[in-house]
Design a protein around this ligand. Structure first.
Ligand SMILES: [Zn+2]
Length: 470
């Protein structure tokens, strides 16, 4: 019987761009065999190793799915029209031929398979921060085929980021992190849509940014943004995949409203500013965010797939020096002001104030001088006592000539060493620790004390470019 087989657009490259192939057969199987003998390249696309029709391909005879007819034995009559409809011709979430090839190692996993990969393709994950944790998380989520990846960040790529922020590279130093990130993610996987939010996350914009996403991945480096992320996820009922790193230690958990505790159940209030140093002050092993960020990406994928046991109600602790993982049980705190029984937080608050900071995470302002002003004072021969309150290992990297090293922690017991008859200028790396030192020295009666604005980094930039920076 002469019958006609309609070839869908994506498969026409195997038929010399022909849209219709005429064959002669009595049953469907015979028609396909005739088709494959004319166009052998089609067979591998439509038939699996066992000779069956691939699960993402449907075949219709005169508009009826052969699974509801007699399958491969469906009889054919003259003039019948056979249509091959692979999932690629379908609607939202369907995988293209290229995507099927790219994600083949996922498609082989029963826990993912085609249906799971389509969930990932329809999935939307927002990364708060495109830095140490956001880098590996974004790369793995993009590689895995998460359809939409949102990034919130307003920083630019600095040379000192590259020791761990593998989303960026030497050629993107000085560029906005989001521009650098998008370039890398699109090069890695052009099937992924990257949405950029180049702004500081605030109480005003957080709900509208988070609202369009299924999962939020917290890769921030400051407490104000962490509490803001936690609270916004609670109000929007979105899972918050938490990760944090410091020096050689990492933490991870999933705070999922209505399923488990929140970040405030774990830490009701942030430490006072300055007690816990940031990575910029305390340092971090470059590969550490790689481990923790990859764990966060794993949790985000599991949530999108709806498979496995998420890290909800558990706090994972990772110690890189010991190479140990340990797990603590987290329970919802009945007294939690956000998700507890008597809630006192019913809306977003001022997070900078909550964390004891001035607006914008800046250290409390004191008397400041610029590097240019200090340079003028020194060149003029003014009696200036320059105090460096960084750690000795930082001073070993670079130091300003004539500065005396008194690490911030030992300043209270060494105040007497400072000559109160001179003008005192205090500096650190970027100005935060020295601002605290200025406050301390003023309390001790040394009123003619100034903070070097921007620290040694600003000094290197504006006065002495020969200094190495870190
Ligand atoms: Zn809570």
């Amino acid at each position: 019987m002469p019958v006609e087989i309609r070839i869908p657009t994506p498969l026409r490259r195997f038929t010399g761009e022909k849209a219709h192939i005429d064959v002669s057969a009595d049953v469907l199987e015979g028609a396909l065999t005739a088709l494959f003998s004319q166009h052998p390249g089609l067979k591998a696309q439509l038939v699996d190793e066992k000779g069956g029709i691939r699960s993402f391909v449907n075949i219709y005879v005169n508009g009826d799915d052969i699974r509801f007819l007699e399958g491969a034995s469906t009889p054919l009559a003259e003039g019948d029209k056979i249509a091959i409809v692979p999932a690629i011709a379908g609607g939202s979430g369907a995988l293209s031929r290229e995507e099927i090839a790219r994600y083949s190692r996922h498609l082989l996993l029963p826990e993912v398979a085609v249906a799971g990969q389509q969930k990932l393709k329809n999935g939307r994950v927002l990364l708060v921060g495109a830095g140490g944790l956001g880098s590996p998380a974004a790369l793995y989520l993009a590689a895995a085929g998460v359809g939409t990846i949102g990034l919130v960040d307003f920083d630019v790529v600095d040379e000192s980021n590259l020791q761990r922020q593998i989303l960026h590279d030497t050629t993107t130093i000085g560029q906005p992190k989001l521009v650098s990130a998008r370039r890398r993610l699109e090069a890695l996987n052009p099937h992924v849509k990257v949405e950029l939010f180049e702004e500081r996350l605030t109480s005003e914009n957080v709900l509208s940014i988070f609202d369009g996403f299924d999962v939020v991945l917290d890769g921030t480096d400051n407490f104000a943004t962490r509490y803001l992320t936690n609270d916004a996820c609670f109000f929007l009922k979105k899972p918050n995949v938490y990760g944090s790193i410091f020096r050689f230690e990492g933490q991870a958990s999933v705070f999922w409203p209505e399923k488990g505790p929140c970040y405030r159940c774990l830490y009701p209030s942030p430490p006072p500013p300055g007690l816990v140093p940031s990575c910029a002050e305390g340092g971090v092993l470059g590969v550490l965010p790689g481990v923790v960020g990859a764990l966060q990406a794993t949790e985000a994928l599991k949530i999108l797939l709806g498979t496995g046991r998420p890290l909800t109600g558990r706090l994972l602790l990772y110690d890189a020096l010991e190479l140990s993982f340990s797990e603590l049980k987290l329970r919802r705190d009945p007294a939690c002001p956000l998700c507890g029984e008597n809630r006192t937080i019913t809306g977003l608050v001022d997070y900078a104030e909550f964390c004891g900071l001035g607006r914008g995470d800046e250290p409390p302002a004191g008397a400041e001088i610029t590097p240019g002003e200090l340079d003028t004072w020194v060149k003029r021969g003014d009696p200036v006592e320059l105090i460096d309150v960084r750690e000795p290992h930082e001073a070993a990297i670079c130091a300003i000539d004539g500065a005396r090293l008194i690490p911030l922690a030992s300043l209270p017991e060494r105040v007497h060493e400072i000559d109160g008859g001179r003008t005192i200028v205090v500096h650190c790396k970027s100005g935060a620790r020295s601002a605290r030192a200025v406050a301390l020295l003023k309390q001790a009666g040394l009123t003619r004390t100034y903070n070097l604005r921007g620290g040694i980094l600003a000094w290197a930039r504006e006065v002495d470019p020969s200094l190495p920076v870190y």
